[in-house]
Write a protein that binds this ligand. Structure first.
Ligand code: GLY
Length: 375
């Protein structure tokens, strides 16, 4: 008898011929061959993973693929942003060519967002473009970066500056891989889950308030539901606006503030991406409230939920950091296209009601940032 708890959910990101399935469930690595093989042009896949994830999940995934008739080989890269560079890409690309890949070979990204972004960009450019499959193993990658086809490496100027939209052929989110993820990374990934409710689905935010503790503490059925609902929201947004000409920018809620905070910490472990986004979303609520767009109690409700879930709600989370509001604003101004001295931000009219505002005055942003860093 099948345990209903182990039944996967399957969603579809509807992009016509470039559309694909997102399968979310337990025990998917061992079943990967049956799910992947029908999508391949050939019978070969090269798994790209990193030194943290490889020892845990490379063998189970390779065995699962081989059992379904997919021939595999692997490339293991160092863990961390150092791999998401020109040098890291060159290393992966030369190894792929050493392995004599052809245009029917698929890449499989096994890991978190860094491995997914790097592998996706390698797939976009190897032999002028080959297929790839995302097997995200971090909560952040399962609910955000593995879906939607953004692939990139970093430049010395900024992160993710060199990349391509290249959609995967399939996303396999195996909830069981989250059991080995450090707790702090689970909590940081949870911020991107809440983000989906905050931008456009107030009922999902209500669900997060009721179930966030179970997501963070490890209930697999609740985690599966959180990933499914997040991916459904993201897939809907991406299907409408694949290359971010408009609505997709809503998915960047909290990211302009968050990115400035990360830049100031030098993208160090003192502030993880999801933590920075959480603080950034609170700042976006505070800015919206300051501009008379959003009730103050919504910002308070979000803050209370973040603190309950173990997420930071303000920059004071980074111990020993002396924040400079002007430096943060400078990051935001350079991050954004300023027109007539105004900045574009994702603001909100309340929980589930985010929108793109192209006319934000820098002095209002500075006001919110100054208050946040003084708190
Ligand atoms: N993470 C935002 C996006 O995929 O558009």
């Amino acid at each position: 008898m099948t345990d209903p708890m182990t039944e996967p959910d399957t969603l579809r990101l509807d992009l016509g011929r470039r559309g694909y399935g997102i399968v979310i469930g337990r025990g998917l690595l061992s079943r990967a061959g049956g799910l992947v093989k029908p999508l391949l042009r050939g019978t070969r896949a090269v798994i790209v993973t990193d030194e943290n994830v490889g020892p845990l999940y490379l063998s189970p995934l390779a065995d699962g693929l081989e059992a379904g008739g997919v021939r595999t080989s692997a490339i293991t890269v160092p863990a961390g942003e150092q791999s998401k560079t020109f040098a890291g890409l060159e290393d992966v690309m030369e190894q792929l060519l050493d392995q004599r890949i052809d245009r029917k070979t698929a890449l499989v990204a096994l890991g978190g967002g860094i491995v997914g972004d790097l592998t996706g960009f390698a797939a976009a450019t190897a032999l002028r473009g080959i297929d790839f499959i995302q097997v995200p193993t971090s909560l952040l990658a399962q609910v955000d970066s593995s879906v939607g086809g953004k692939t990139a490496i970093n430049s010395r100027h900024a992160k993710n500056m060199i990349g391509a939209f290249h959609q995967p052929r399939l996303v396999l989110a195996d909830i069981d891989t989250l059991t080995t993820l450090p707790h702090r990374e689970v909590v940081a990934g949870y911020a991107e889950i809440v983000k989906h409710g905050l931008i456009c689905d107030p009922a999902f935010f209500d669900w997060c308030e009721r179930n966030g503790a179970a997501v963070v503490s490890g209930d697999p059925a609740i985690r599966q539901e959180a990933v499914r609902r997040s991916c459904a929201i993201k897939a809907g947004v991406v299907a409408e606006d694949e290359t971010e000409q408009g609505r997709r920018a809503l998915l960047n809620f909290g990211h302009t503030f968050g990115h400035a905070l990360e830049s100031e910490t030098g993208f160090s472990d003192s502030l993880l991406h999801g933590e920075a986004v959480a603080i950034g979303m609170i700042m976006a609520f505070d800015l919206s409230h300051r501009l008379g767009l959003c009730p103050g109690q919504d910002a308070e409700r979000v803050k209370a939920h973040f603190l309950q879930a173990g997420l930071p709600a303000g920059p004071d989370y980074v111990k020993g950091m002396r924040w400079d509001a002007d430096a943060l604003l400078a990051h935001m101004a350079s991050d954004k296209k300023a027109a007539d001295g105004k900045l574009t931000f994702i603001l909100t009219r309340g929980i589930g009601q985010a929108f793109i505002a192209a006319d934000v005055a820098p002095e209002d942003v500075l006001g919110v940032v100054s208050e946040a860093v003084a708190a």
